[in-house]
Design a protein around this ligand. Structure first.
Ligand SMILES: [Zn+2]
Length: 268
């Protein structure tokens, strides 16, 4: 399943405008509401299918560990692995973007919110570090689709350490002039929003994505002020310069191809 639905198999209710949409129409529209452009949460496998012409997975053999013997963490990991067909909340690899006539190679990381809320623990951190090293060694741009509820609390301090680890890995790309493009998808919050996402060379966001560190209610309680209703949306973030642009899901491969092609053009 790409998202939750309260309706029968053939009809899906848009979470934003509440329109009932025929499932086939929604599929043909890449899970974007045909009425209001609401972007449904999609899984990593589907993201690969709609973004890349070819994709080869790397670092699949890395599995998460229950370092702290945290309650039923092992059980939940197993459940999510079965549910999502993933080992943890990210797939890494390399491939060519859909429609890129030059078939330039890009290194890729795609997070999946369906696996433990896309939380970043030791495996997500390690795989981002490894795919950054791969991008560096192979001189290919790095593209990450972020989607996360924040740090993986069941891994305690180890999950927080991934913030520094991913930033260090991306910094090496900066130093060696390898571009890193991050596409924010709904939702990208907590330790992920506050680490590698924020230091990307180009930060794009899907329409309507939630972007933030702490939740709106927590901030309101702390600063004792009411926040605007569109606070922490992609549109709000663009207005205040936190991101570079907002993209429609249909246009993502095309926009990324343009960036990647200009990178290779100026490298020659
Ligand atoms: Zn809608």
């Amino acid at each position: 399943m790409f998202f939750k639905t309260q309706n029968s198999n053939n009809w899906i209710k848009c979470e934003k405008c509440k329109t009932i949409i025929f499932k086939q129409d929604l599929e043909e529209n890449l899970y974007v509401c045909t009425k209001c452009n609401y972007h449904f949460v999609i899984n990593a496998h589907y993201r690969i299918k709609i973004t890349f012409d070819s994709f080869y997975e790397l670092f699949k053999e890395i599995y998460p560990k229950d370092f702290l013997n945290f309650d039923d963490y092992s059980k939940k990991l197993k459940e999510d692995q079965e549910k999502t067909n993933l080992t943890d909340a990210i797939i890494t690899g390399y491939g060519c973007l859909k429609g890129d006539i030059n078939k330039y190679k890009v290194s890729v990381g795609i997070m999946d919110f369906n696996f433990r809320g896309g939380s970043m623990g030791s495996v997500v951190g390690e795989k981002i570090a490894l795919i950054s090293e791969y991008a560096l060694k192979n001189d290919t741009p790095l593209i990450i689709f972020s989607s996360s509820g924040g740090a993986r609390m069941q891994e305690g301090i180890i999950s927080l350490m991934q913030m520094a680890k991913t930033i260090s890995a991306i910094k090496l790309l900066n130093k060696n002039r390898i571009p890193f493009i991050n596409i924010i998808t709904h939702p990208t919050t907590g330790g992920v929003a506050a680490s590698f996402v924020g230091i990307a060379d180009i930060i794009l966001s899907e329409i309507g994505a939630l972007i933030g560190f702490a939740g709106q209610r927590v901030i309101e309680q702390t600063i004792k002020q009411k926040l605007p209703p569109d606070f922490q949306t992609a549109e709000f973030s663009l207005k205040y310069g936190l991101i570079d642009n907002i993209v429609h899901r249909h246009n993502i491969p095309n926009i990324l191809s343009k960036f990647i092609n200009s990178f290779y053009f100026y490298k020659k």
